[in-house]
Write a protein that binds this ligand. Structure first.
Ligand SMILES: C[S@@+](CC[C@H](N)C(=O)[O-])C[C@H]1O[C@@H](n2cnc3c(N)ncnc32)[C@H](O)[C@@H]1O
Length: 382
């Protein structure tokens, strides 16, 4: 992680290598994700006890952060300190005493809101300005349920929208069970197209085709475009296992498309600021200039999507981001240039953070934060 790796991938690889029981795997996952989600707060709690945290070996710093997370979670002293001291003894024996002393001396400390939420100041302040409050971000620091979309009848706990369920228990070979892990907020972007049997749908920036699977299952004739053939190959394999037909085409979508349809979905690449729960390291890596740079790519992709939408057709723009730039900012800039498109209202089944021009979904109850905009092409350009 310190060298730029992604927590989700690294943890899955590590857990595949060790012979942990399912219970231990679940606890290791809770520790790693919990520590990363609250990292800024943990460092703030450690601050009064460390003279020069920057000079500590990184492994010792992580031991202290993990131990502080357990303290924050209310684990009793007798169970929580000695395992970390033993770990320090194995790695840096001279620092085991320091680990012991610091973990025993931890005290509650009043943190400013952005620190308590473990958000970078620039994003915390931008959210406060745009949404009027930032307390919703606490939702990113809670454990994430595993949602699956079902392509066969199942006996599982229902999720917040039809076809979405909650998977409880260890991970499995999901496609063999007719299931696809997917956040309901992501599934809803595909539902907004209201695909009908036999209808042609273009799934732009489709990646592996998670949204394409839902559209194909409704009987639509789906063509999924993306720049990344590796993702598409993996998607084609999953589609076959789920018994769904999706056509994949590889193209840079900053260039115009050679075909059109009445239904077009653009699930654009984004900063991922709505996905901090499942990508907990992302918030510390993003830079203040990223949302603006992403918005200019999104606008170029939306141009292509608009050109591929037939008159009278529907165009859905979605991003798993909560910034003004990538949502309303893109929508405003697009509509200024395209009077032939009108926002088409819809009712959102999730908690809403802000609505007007499009809808921002609040990252509560395990949902990813999303922005959706549904547009109707009302008139062809002369
Ligand atoms: C948000 S992800 C899509 C996720 C996918 N729709 C799903 O539901 O699983 C954005 C995708 O945009 C693709 N992408 C980024 N830049 C692109 C470009 N210039 N042309 C085409 N695809 C692009 C990425 O490869 C990535 O798969």
């Amino acid at each position: 992680m310190d060298r730029g790796g992604r927590a989700q991938l690294l943890l899955d690889q590590a857990l595949d290598r060790v012979g942990f029981s399912e219970r231990d795997k679940a606890y290791a996952t809770h520790l790693v994700y919990g520590t990363l989600r609250r990292l800024r707060l943990l460092d703030f709690l450690l601050e009064p006890h460390l003279k020069a945290p920057d000079r500590l070996p990184l492994e010792v710093l992580w031991i202290l952060r993990l131990g502080t997370f357990e303290w924050l979670s209310g684990k009793p002293d007798h169970a929580r300190v000695s395992p970390w001291v033993e770990e320090a003894k194995r790695r840096y024996p001279p620092l085991a005493g320091l680990v012991n002393a610091v973990l025993r001396r931890l005290k509650p400390r009043e943190a400013p809101e952005c620190v308590r939420l473990s958000l970078p100041d620039w994003l915390c302040q931008a959210w406060r300005g745009f949404f009027g409050e930032v307390g919703f971000a606490e939702g990113f620091n809670e454990p994430a349920p595993l949602f699956v979309t079902a392509y066969r009848p199942v006996d599982l706990k229902p999720g917040p929208i039809p076809d979405s369920y909650v998977w409880e228990g260890p991970k499995r070979d999901f496609s063999a069970l007719g299931l696809q892990p997917q956040n309901p907020a992501s599934l809803f972007a595909a539902k907004l197209l209201e695909p009908g049997p036999g209808e042609k749908v273009l799934d732009l920036c489709g990646g592996a085709g998670l949204k394409a699977f839902y559209l194909a299952a409704r009987g639509a004739e789906v063509v999924s475009y993306d720049l990344n053939p590796r993702r598409q190959k993996a998607g084609a394999k999953t589609a076959r296992r789920l018994g769904l037909k999706v056509t994949y085409r590889t193209q840079d979508l900053r260039e115009p498309l050679g075909e059109k349809a009445k239904k077009v979905l653009l699930d654009a690449p984004c900063t991922g600021t709505g996905t901090f729960r499942s990508h907990p390291e992302l918030r510390y890596r993003l830079r203040p200039e990223d949302p603006k740079a992403m918005a200019s790519l999104q606008l170029a992709l939306l141009e292509t999507a608009a050109g591929a939408t037939e008159e009278g057709g529907l165009l859905v723009y979605a991003v798993c981001s909560l910034t003004e730039e990538e949502g309303e900012g893109v929508a405003r800039a697009f509509l200024e240039r395209h009077p032939e498109f009108r926002p088409e209202p819809f009712s959102c089944p999730f908690p809403v953070l802000r609505e007007g021009l499009g809808v921002y979904v609040a990252p509560r109850e395990g949902l990813d934060g999303f922005y959706y905009l549904r547009l109707r092409r009302v008139d062809s350009r002369a």
